[in-house]
Write a protein that binds this ligand. Structure first.
Ligand SMILES: Nc1ncnc2c1ncn2[C@@H]1O[C@H](COP(=O)(O)OP(=O)(O)OP(=O)(O)O)[C@@H](O)[C@H]1O
Length: 283
């Protein structure tokens, strides 16, 4: 990151969360097993409380099927919870007036696991960066915004004429982050943002996310199954298991004194896999 025009914002525990879930429960109705029997329901999220403040990076970890993707879909407004509330800047996004919902959509952006599938292969980078401004109907000096965001993610202007296949995996994830930043979000939700990348370039993307939190005062929600990458990037981690948050703690405490069985399993998984990032997180 090359711009440091914005002074770092203090992360204050007394600050109001910018995005929060209160007692969110999500159930899905499954196919009927037998004729004349009621359709069974599956509780995927069970009374979840979760929040993030400006300038704070929080993690969400859990084994496969624990409910992370469902939580992400609800946190971004793609899915409405069966029970509970999603609040952006203190107001329920499902009952607020359209202008607040529009602000919520611009202000909460997602970076997905695989940047190749989130970018149109036929679009040059410049067009790709402009697209969120058009779809979200954001007015203003679009060219200036493109240059500002390129600078924030450490990409040069001559990249604007290139197509996705001309970039490496790490550069593509940088571009995906740039696209997410175009609308000037307050919250970035990174869903497994480095698990498709070589270990050698994972740290660059993780450091970029950390810089954005520090320099822009972004709120970051980092979702992954690997506790070590989440620990490297965040200051508070929630552990999910079977649709519930079973433990919340500082990364170091979770590593050294895991209480829940799900946390112990995640720590055990790291200890059995050689990982340079785990060492960084503990340093
Ligand atoms: N639309 C749906 N209908 C029925 N069941 C669903 C639906 N979406 C998710 N599930 C189920 O909900 C549970 C949680 O899924 P989810 O994808 O949220 O977990 P996850 O932690 O993101 O897993 P992974 O890390 O493997 O992506 C799983 O048992 C899944 O099969």
């Amino acid at each position: 990151m090359t711009t440091h025009t914005n002074a770092p914002l203090p992360t204050n525990e007394a600050m109001r969360p910018i995005l929060e879930m209160r007692q969110v429960t999500q159930t899905y109705t499954l196919a009927r097993q037998k004729l004349f029997e009621a359709r069974p329901t599956l509780t995927v999220l069970d009374h979840i409380d979760f929040d993030v403040r400006p300038g704070e990076a929080v993690g969400l970890v859990g084994e496969s099927g624990s409910g992370k993707t469902t939580l992400t879909r609800i946190l971004t407004g793609m899915e409405q919870p069966r029970e509970g509330h999603v609040l952006f800047d203190g107001r329920d996004v499902w009952t607020a007036e359209p202008s607040h919902r529009q602000l919520f959509r611009r202000s909460v952006q997602v970076v997905m696991q695989n940047p190749r599938s989130s970018l149109d292969p036929r679009m040059r980078l410049g067009a790709s960066l402009l697209e969120p401004l058009r779809s979200l109907r954001i007015e203003g000096d679009h060219a200036a915004r493109v240059y500002q965001v390129l600078d924030q993610v450490g990409l040069s202007r001559n990249a604007l004429e290139r197509f996705p296949h001309e970039f490496s995996g790490g550069q593509l994830q940088r571009i995906a982050i740039a696209r997410a930043l175009m609308s000037g979000p307050k919250v970035l939700i990174a869903d497994e943002p480095v698990s498709a990348l070589d270990v050698s370039i994972q740290a660059q993307v993780l450091n970029l996310l950390k810089d954005l939190v520090r320099d822009l005062g972004l709120a970051l929600v980092f979702i992954a199954h690997d506790l070590s990458v989440v620990a490297y990037t965040t200051s508070r981690v929630s552990v999910m298991s079977a649709g519930r948050i079973v433990e919340i703690g500082k990364p170091l405490d979770l590593f050294t004194h895991p209480k829940a069985e799900a946390t112990r399993n995640l720590v055990g998984a790291i200890l059995t896999v050689e990982s340079g990032l785990a060492g960084n997180a503990l340093a």
